[in-house]
Design a protein around this ligand. Structure first.
Ligand code: ZN
Length: 116
């Protein structure tokens, strides 16, 4: 397990903490994170890192992490086709060429959180 996803989760938690403090929330109950299938971390890794970190943090010890996984898509610069993909691809599914540009699927951000 790399340290990488712990840093990512820490960053997400810091973002929520800042906003929670601004709005007077002391205990976060739920966090919704949008995660594209081509983001730098998988849902599984994100969950693992979160369940390792959150219980030790008073603000997050009761907060559930809810991951909204979004599909990815690439656009081919050779034929112009935009194709939805479930996994990273090296060549265009339509024409077998490229280069490809990722148009969707790299999202990683806090959608919203709930707390009191
Ligand atoms: Zn193509």
């Amino acid at each position: 397990m790399a340290v990488h996803e712990f840093g990512i989760v820490q960053r997400l938690m810091d973002t929520v903490r800042r906003k929670a403090e601004e709005s007077g929330v002391e205990r976060v109950k739920r966090i919704r994170v949008v995660l594209g299938k081509l983001a730098e971390v998988s849902a599984e890794s994100l969950n693992f890192a979160y369940t390792s970190l959150a219980p030790h943090d008073k603000m997050f010890s009761e907060a559930e992490l809810d991951i909204d996984e979004r599909d990815a898509a690439v656009r081919c610069k050779a034929c112009g086709a935009e194709t939805a993909i479930a996994e990273p691809v090296a060549t265009c599914p339509r024409c077998g060429g490229g280069p490809l540009e990722v148009t969707r699927g790299r999202e990683l951000f806090v959608d919203f959180f709930e707390g009191e």
